[in-house]
Design a protein around this ligand. Structure first.
Ligand SMILES: Cc1cc2nc3c(=O)[nH]c(=O)nc-3n(C[C@H](O)[C@H](O)[C@H](O)COP(=O)(O)OP(=O)(O)OC[C@H]3O[C@@H](n4cnc5c(N)ncnc54)[C@H](O)[C@@H]3O)c2cc1C
Length: 291
C-alpha cells in the first residue's frame, strides 16, 4: 500500500472543502470494502483519502416529499433491516441480502456499491427498476440525475473528483411498486453475480404499465432492457407475454464469456432471471389485487 494523507471531516461542508482542496489527487472512503482492497494494489498514492463514513448527511432512510430517501452511507445491513424499505421497496432487501457476507454487508454502503460501478453490482438493478435518482453534492451545491445516467462505464460514474454521492431517492410514485430481484452466482453466498436482474410494473385495467427490466453483469454497466419492456407495456397481462419479454431481454445484453461461465450459459440466465423477476412482480400485484 502506498502512503497517503487521511482526513476525517465532521461535516459534508468540510468534506467538500477537502475534496476541492486536493482534487484531483483525492479519493473518498466509506465502508472500505471495495476501496481498501483497491488501495492494496495501487501503483501510485491516491494523495489524500477523505473518510465520509461519519457524515450524518449521508446516513438515514426516510420518506420525503420526493419519495424514499436513502443516504449514500447507509449499509446493506441497514437496508435489510429498515421498516421503510420493507414497506416501500422490499426487492431492495432481496438485493442487499445477496451482497457478500455479514461483515461486508455491515460495512459496505449503498453509495460505495453504486460508485464502484462494476457491472455485477447487486444494488443497481433493483434501484434502476424503481427509477431511482441520485443526488450529488459538489462545490457548487447539489445536482440530481437518474441512476441510469449516473453509470458511465466500468468503474466510471458521472461523479467528478470534487463531488460526493449524497443520497439515492426512489420517487414517490414508485413506492410499493411490485418488483422482483434475482442474482445468479456460482454459489449461494459470497459470489459475484454471473447475472442479476430486477423487474417492476404496475397493472392497470388488466394491462402492464410502467414496465422496467434491468440487468446486471451483462454489459459494461447495469442496463435497462427496453425492448423487453416494450413487449409488455400496455398489453394485457399474460404469462405468455412474460416468456416472450424474457426471450427478448437476451437480445439486449452482451455478457462476457470467461472461466466462470460461458456466454451461452449467461444468456440462459438472463432469460430465466427476467422471467422470474417479472413473475415475482406479477405475484405481488396479484396477491394485492386478491386482498
Ligand atoms: C468479500 C467481499 C464480498 C463482496 N461481495 C459483493 C457482492 O456480492 N455484491 C456486490 O455488489 N458487491 C460486493 N462486494 C463489494 C462491496 O462490498 C460493495 O460494493 C460495497 O457496497 C462498497 O461500499 P463501501 O462503503 O465499502 O465502499 P468503499 O470501498 O468505501 O468505496 C467504494 C468506492 O466508492 C467511492 N465512494 C464511496 N462512498 C462514496 C460517496 N458517498 N460519494 C462518492 N464516492 C464514494 C469510493 O471512493 C470508492 O471508489 C464485496 C466486497 C468484498 C470485500
Amino acid at each position: 500500500m502506498k502512503p497517503f494523507d487521511f482526513v476525517q471531516p465532521a461535516t459534508t461542508d468540510a468534506a467538500i472543502a477537502a475534496l476541492a482542496e486536493h482534487s484531483p489527487n483525492v479519493r473518498i472512503l466509506a465502508g472500505g470494502t471495495d476501496y481498501v482492497v483497491e488501495l492494496k494494489f495501487v501503483t501510485e498514492s491516491p494523495g489524500v483519502v477523505v473518510d465520509v463514513s461519519r457524515l450524518e448527511d449521508l446516513k438515514g432512510i426516510e420518506l420525503t416529499d420526493a419519495g424514499l430517501r436513502i443516504g449514500a452511507g447507509v449499509t446493506h445491513t441497514e437496508i435489510m433491516e429498515h421498516p421503510l424499505i420493507a414497506e416501500h421497496a422490499p426487492a431492495m432487501i432481496d438485493a442487499a441480502h445477496t451482497v457478500g457476507a455479514v461483515q461486508t454487508r455491515n460495512l459496505g454502503t449503498l453509495g460505495g456499491n453504486l460508485v464502484t460501478c462494476v457491472p455485477s453490482m447487486d444494488s443497481g438493478p433493483t434501484l434502476m427498476a424503481l427509477d431511482a435518482q441520485v443526488t450529488i453534492l459538489g462545490p457548487n451545491g447539489t445536482r440530481s440525475m437518474d441512476l441510469v445516467e449516473f453509470f458511465v462505464g466500468v468503474r466510471k460514474t458521472a461523479l467528478q473528483p470534487d463531488e460526493l454521492l449524497l443520497e439515492i431517492i426512489i420517487p414517490k410514485e414508485n413506492l410499493g411498486k411490485p418488483a422482483g430481484f434475482i442474482k445468479f452466482g456460482l454459489r449461494k453466498g459470497q459470489a459475484l453475480a454471473l447475472v442479476n436482474a430486477a423487474s417492476s410494473f404496475t397493472i392497470e385495467d388488466g394491462k402492464f404499465k410502467d414496465v422496467r427490466i434491468s440487468l446486471g453483469a451483462v454489459a459494461p454497466v447495469v442496463i435497462r432492457a427496453t425492448k423487453a419492456e416494450a413487449v409488455l407495456e400496455g398489453q394485457a397481462v399474460s404469462e405468455e407475454l412474460i416468456n416472450e419479454a424474457a426471450k427478448v431481454s437476451v437480445t439486449e445484453a452482451n455478457p462476457i464469456d470467461d472461466f466462470r461461465a460461458s456466454k451461452e450459459y449467461r444468456n440462459d440466465l438472463i432469460e430465466v432471471g427476467t422471467r422470474r423477476t417479472l413473475q415475482a412482480a406479477l405475484d405481488i400485484a396479484n396477491s394485492r389485487a386478491n386482498g
